[in-house]
Design a protein around this ligand. Structure first.
Ligand code: C5P
Length: 287
């Protein structure tokens, strides 16, 4: 059997609001999510037995049950077929632990490969449900494009595709654990909530400046002082001509919107001198 390959594009949050803490410990969210062209690459081969995940840095911790393996089991359970032997090779190009959903995007790409090969008739909605068993942002990563995400992240409403623009993505050299940042949030005490409804209207109008003006992420309000570099990166990107810049998800990656590719390329070249993990990407439409 031929190896099956797919790209796994990362996401950014154009707007991220946290509405309340739920009784189950999770939070109700109101977010506008956008798939971007910065992507990992997955290759899946059927083998004689077992589940193997391989990256450039070797086999992923031997003996550890990865999200990929859990999602694979959930998928085959859902379609009522035995789990075949599978080797998943992962080529990483997106920053890890970065607020860009990179890990979830890899699992989502794996699920789409498995669906295409083993159960092509399986509806997208079911694949999103299978994804949701391993992570809150999985349903969006399975769907892709531009969407409003509510609930834990699984209640999705498609939005008009983001207008053409260039996106500079810049990750400083530290990571911020998502659960720790959630734990710092007192949803009732948040100020300056992003105008998520205004963001959706700007998308409907295809108004890039309106979108840029409404970028907002409440996680920026609870960032510990030692991660202040995030704000410095935002300022640097705006000085280099961005319409606006924002931390994505639970950070620390910052993205900045540019009207023109050349401006973005020049800004990225400048930022790359200081931040190794700097990239230029574009919005990606629904899969
Ligand atoms: O769903 P996932 O495992 O990706 O979530 C990681 C962590 O982020 C959760 O353990 C929880 O602390 C937090 N989270 C949350 N509310 C959400 C999504 C995630 O509190 N809607």
């Amino acid at each position: 059997m031929e190896p099956m390959t797919r790209t796994a594009p990362a996401k950014i949050n154009l707007a991220l609001d946290i509405l309340r803490r739920r009784d189950d410990g999770y939070h109700d969210m109101k977010m506008v999510m956008q798939t971007v062209s910065l992507a990992d690459r997955l290759e899946v081969t059927e083998t004689d037995g077992g589940f193997v995940l391989q990256t450039e840095s070797g086999l992923i911790p031997e003996g550890k049950i990865t999200l990929e393996e859990r999602a694979t089991k959930a998928f085959f359970e859902r379609i009522g077929q035995p789990v075949p032997g599978l080797r998943v090779c992962l080529e990483k190009h997106t920053p890890a632990y970065a607020g860009m959903g990179g890990g979830s995007a890899d699992v989502a790409a794996l699920l789409r490969i498995l669906r295409d090969h083993y159960c092509p008739q399986l509806p997208d909605a079911v694949l999103e449900e299978v994804g949701f068993t391993v992570g809150s942002d999985m349903p969006f990563c399975v769907r892709g494009g531009t969407a409003l995400a509510q609930g834990r992240g699984e209640v999705l409403t498609d939005l008009p595709a983001m207008p053409a623009c260039a996106i500079v993505i810049c990750k400083p050299d530290f990571g911020i654990p998502t659960p720790e940042l959630f734990a710092r949030v007192d949803a009732g005490a948040l100020r300056n909530r992003p105008d998520v409804d205004g963001m959706m209207e700007a998308l409907h109008r295809q108004d890039l400046r309106g979108i840029a003006d409404r970028l907002g992420n409440v996680f920026e309000q609870v960032l510990p002082a030692e991660f202040g570099e995030v704000f410095s990166i935002k300022e640097q990107l705006c000085r280099l001509g961005a319409l606006n810049a924002l931390m994505s998800g639970s950070g620390p990656t910052v993205f900045a919107l540019f009207e023109r590719d050349e401006q973005a390329a020049a800004a990225a070249a400048e930022m790359k001198c200081r931040y190794r993990e700097t990239y230029v990407a574009h919005p990606v439409k629904k899969f």
